[in-house]
Structures are given as structure tokens and as C-alpha cells.
Write a protein that binds this ligand. Structure first.
Ligand SMILES: *Cc1c(COP(=O)(O)O)cnc(C)c1O
Length: 308
């Protein structure tokens, strides 16, 4: 990796439920690989950072500048800002919505890490991937490498595959993860033996285009028959608060000492444990859950919502 992070550890969760159902549950703690750029985001950024620094004619093409997109609580913007600071790359964040006088913890952190923020309204933000929009950005900010929101690009998926380089996934029968753009999912699917079941938990309502996304992200993969999508765990929708979810997250903290975020990993763990209760997993299953980070997002919650 171009960016220095520590090796992620795997923790085993203990619960009478798992004993009763004869399954084992493990968590890959990607949230712990780095204090700031934790989770899956730094992996997805890997090859973009490499391209800005060492790509062919990089200096000329990108002027050591990276531009990307996100919302006001975006884990992706936070990770990008910090990684760019560390690697001495200029970073520009195109933010969906208006600048609020109070800003957010996430955006303050981005600016503290030297990211230049540029706000565009929600209507215009929808066109962020269009040629016209990108030309306008280059006019405003000069030459740069444009990274799609959430690293949604084959290069982002290739970076996500690196997650599997750091530990042996041999013993697991299932690998579970939360899905936003499906970039991490694509990277994992591309890199594991097809004998493993991959479980995706979309955090958005009505995410029906996962197969199209995978075709774009990993065009070299023709058949995927080891993927299962658990579509019913989006709760109140993307980034929305939900008391059932908060209660569950607090239980995970008390039972397993496992801190989760409310946008992604909370929903993923809920889906996995609910599915264990419903006998979705055969006895003998060895279930690995990816803790993809995102804990900084919890700072936006009212005090005392979470016990951690
Ligand atoms: C961004 C994010 C995801 C989703 O990853 P995708 O590659 O966009 O599917 C999952 N978990 C956390 C904590 C994230 O920040």
C-alpha cells in the first residue's frame, strides 16, 4: 500500500445464539487500521493516489491534485483529505448541498486536513459525473485527477481487493459487508475463491442495480453465482436515524465490545445476526463480517444516543 496502515485484525464474537445455531462469527476490524482513514475507504483510494503520484506524466496531467465528491458527513471525503495531506497531494472536495454556518465535524476535519471544499446544490450534484460538470471543475481548479464519489470505478474496486491481501480468508464460508456504491463488494468478489458465499447488505432502499454496478466495476467477471443480497435491512433509508438500529448497536457494544456506525456497519451486523436467528446460515458456517469503518459519522448523532 502507498499509504501506511496497520494490519487489520480478526475478532471472534461470542454469543449463546451462535452456539445454539452452531455458527461462528468473526469481524475483520478495518476500522482499526488507522486512527483517521479507517475502514474500506483507504483501500479504495489506493490506486487513485498511486496514479496522481506515479502515473504516466502524472505531474503534467494532474498537477498533484485530486478532486472528489461527497455529502456533508462523507467518510470518503474525510479519508481522501487525510490521505492527500499525508502524501502531499492537493485535495478538492465537491460537497453536495449548502455550506451551513455550523458546518459538520466531517467537513471541519476535511478542511483541517487542507481539503478545499466547494459546495454545489443537490440538483447540480446529480450531474457530477457528466463531462460538462467535470470540465467546469477543471476550469475552476486546474488540472486534477477526478475520483468518483465513493471511489465508484474499476480502480476503486481493484483497491478494495487489497483488503484480502492482509489476512487469510481460507477458513470462512461467508464474507458479509455493507453496500453503498458496491465498489467494495466488487473488489471482494473479484479476489476470493468462488466457493465462498459473499453477502451484501445494501444500506439504501430499492438498490436494484447491483448487477449493473458489478458489470461496470469488474467487467472481467462473467458469472457471479456466489453472491447473495439481503435487501431488507436499509431501515429508514440512507443515513437516516432509527431507534431500533441504535438499540441494536448499543447491544453490540455491550455484548461484543464492538462499535458500529449507523449508516453502514450497524445495518450489516443487524442483517447478519437476524439471518442467524432465522436459520439463514447452515450449521457449521464460518461467517466473516467486514467492519468497514465509518465511526466518525456517529459524531453527528445527539449526545447519549450511543453508549460509546
Ligand atoms: C463507504 C462505506 C461503505 C460502502 O462501501 P461501498 O464500496 O461504497 O459499497 C461501507 N461501510 C462504510 C463504513 C463506509 O464508509
Amino acid at each position: 500500500m502507498i499509504f501506511d496502515i496497520s494490519k487489520p485484525i480478526v475478532e471472534k464474537l461470542e454469543d449463546p445464539l451462535f452456539k445454539e445455531k452452531e455458527v461462528n462469527v468473526y469481524v475483520l476490524r478495518l476500522d482499526k487500521v488507522h486512527p483517521v482513514v479507517s475502514g474500506n475507504k483507504i483501500y479504495k483510494l489506493q490506486y487513485f493516489l498511486q496514479e496522481v503520484l506515479n502515473g504516466e506524466n502524472a505531474e503534467e496531467k494532474y498537477n498533484r491534485t485530486l478532486l472528489t465528491f461527497g455529502g456533508i458527513y462523507s467518510n470518503h471525503l474525510a479519508a481522501t483529505a487525510y490521505a492527500c495531506k499525508e502524501l502531499n497531494i492537493k485535495s478538492i472536495g465537491i460537497v453536495r448541498g449548502q455550506r451551513h454556518p455550523k458546518s459538520t465535524h466531517t467537513l471541519k476535519q476535511c478542511e483541517a486536513d487542507g481539503m478545499h471544499l466547494h459546495f454545489v446544490n443537490k440538483l447540480k450534484y446529480q450531474f457530477r459525473d457528466s463531462k460538462g460538470f467535470q470540465e467546469e471543475m477543471i476550469e475552476l481548479f486546474g488540472k486534477c485527477l477526478i475520483v468518483p464519489e465513493g471511489g465508484y470505478h474499476p480502480l476503486g474496486a481493484k483497491g478494495a481487493s487489497l483488503i484480502l491481501d492482509s489476512f487469510s480468508c481460507k477458513k470462512y464460508s461467508h464474507i458479509c459487508m455493507a453496500t453503498g456504491t458496491a465498489t467494495t463488494l466488487a473488489g471482494i468478489l473479484a479476489a476470493v475463491p468462488t466457493s465462498k458465499q459473499i453477502i451484501s447488505v445494501p444500506v439504501l432502499k430499492n438498490m436494484t442495480d447491483i448487477n449493473d454496478r458489478l458489470k461496470y466495476l469488474i467487467p472481467e467477471m462473467e458469472y457471479i453465482d456466489n453472491l447473495q443480497v439481503l435487501n431488507n435491512y436499509y431501515f429508514s433509508g440512507y443515513g437516516k436515524r432509527d431507534d431500533t438500529l441504535f438499540e441494536f448497536m448499543n447491544q453490540c457494544w455491550q455484548k461484543y465490545n464492538l462499535p458500529l456506525d449507523f449508516v453502514y456497519t450497524g445495518k450489516m451486523m443487524y442483517a447478519v445476526i437476524d439471518s442467524i436467528k432465522n436459520d439463514y446460515f447452515k450449521s457449521g458456517s464460518e461467517i466473516l463480517c467486514l467492519h468497514t469503518g465509518g465511526l466518525q459519522g456517529n459524531i453527528s448523532l445527539p449526545l447519549n444516543t450511543l453508549l460509546y
